[in-house]
Design a protein. Sequence first.
Length: 367
Amino acid sequence: MKYYIIAGEASGDLHGSNLIKQLHQLDQSADIRCWGGQMMEAAGATLVKDYKDLAFMGFVEVIMNLQTILKNIKFCKQDIQSFQPDILILIDYPGFNIRIAEWAKKTGIKTVYYISPQIWAWKENRVHTIKKYVDKMLVILPFEKDFYSKWEYKVEYVGHPLVEVIENFKATHTTPLGGEKIIALLPGSRKQEINKKLPVMLEVSKAFPEYHFIVAKAPGQEDAFYKPFLAPYTNVSALAGKTYDLLNCATAALVTSGTATLETALFEVPQVVCYKGNPLSYQIAKRVIKVKYISLVNLIMNKPVVKELIQDEMTTENCIEELRNLLQNPLKQQQLQEDYSRLKNLLSKGGNASANAAEIIYAFVKS
C-alpha cells in the first residue's frame, strides 16, 4: 500500500522514522513518500522536502515567509495527487498539516493525524476543523484523550514515542564522554531561537568553571554558525548529532522549551527550561496561549516540576541561580527524580507508541 507522511520539524522526523520502520514490518510492500528529514529517509521513505526548508517559528516569522509557505502547500497538494496514496499521515505541524487535511478530505483522501497539534494550548477552535477533516486522530499525551472527549471526538491514545526511543538508546549506549562533570546546553533547532538563547546560556558557564558545558548542535546547522558564539569561552565545546549521548552523561541541563524538555526528563537529567523569542511574537503568544506552563514536563504533570525562565526572566543571573539550586540542593534533586519517575509511568501506559500507531494505521487502511 502507499503511504504519504508529512512532518515539519526535527521531532516529527524522529517519530516519523520509527513509524515508518513499524509500517514496513507490517506491510512488506509499503511504498512511503514523505516530507520530513534524513531519519525518515533512512527508515525507508522517499524524501520529497526536508523539514529544514519548512521551519518558520513565531507569528512575525510566519508572516515574513508567507509566500514560501503558500508555495510549499501548493506543491504538496500536487505531489500527493500525483502519488495517489492509500492514506495520508500527518505528524503535528498544524499550520501546514490542517490545511492539507482539509484539502485531502475534499479530494477523497483518507487521513490519520499522528501526534495531535497542541490545540489545547491555543486555537482550541481548531478542534472543529479536525473533527470535520481528520478521519482518525492518534494522541501521545495522556490528557489529550480527555480534551478531545469534551468535544465529543473519539481519539486513540498510543503512548509517547519518546519513551521507547530513549529506553532503546540507554540500553545500547554507554556514556562515551568520559568522567567529566558536564552541563548540557540545548538552545533549540532554529537559527532565530538559537540567536536569542545561546548567548545567555553560554554566559552561565563562567560561573561554573569546574564543569564542562557542551552545546547540542541542531541538525542541519553548520559548524560555522556556532563558532562565533563559542569562541570567547574556555570551558565550552559543541557536539553535532550527539544530543542523546550528551544527555546520557550530563549532570544538569539548560533546555529550550519543547520536546527537548521531555527528552531531558526521560534521561533523568535535572534541567532549567529556558525560552526567549522575538518580543512581538512573544507578546502575541502571551495573550492567546491558554496553558499554565511552556514545558511538556510541567504540562503533563500539571505542576511546576522544572523551573521555567521565560522571556525577560531568562537572564544569565537567573539561569545561574536555578542551575546552582539543581546542583547543590539534595532535596530538590530527590523530588525531581521522583517526579520524573511518575512522568515516565504516565507516558508508558500506552506501550510502544510507534508500533501501536502503525498497527492502527495499517488496520484502518485495510478496512
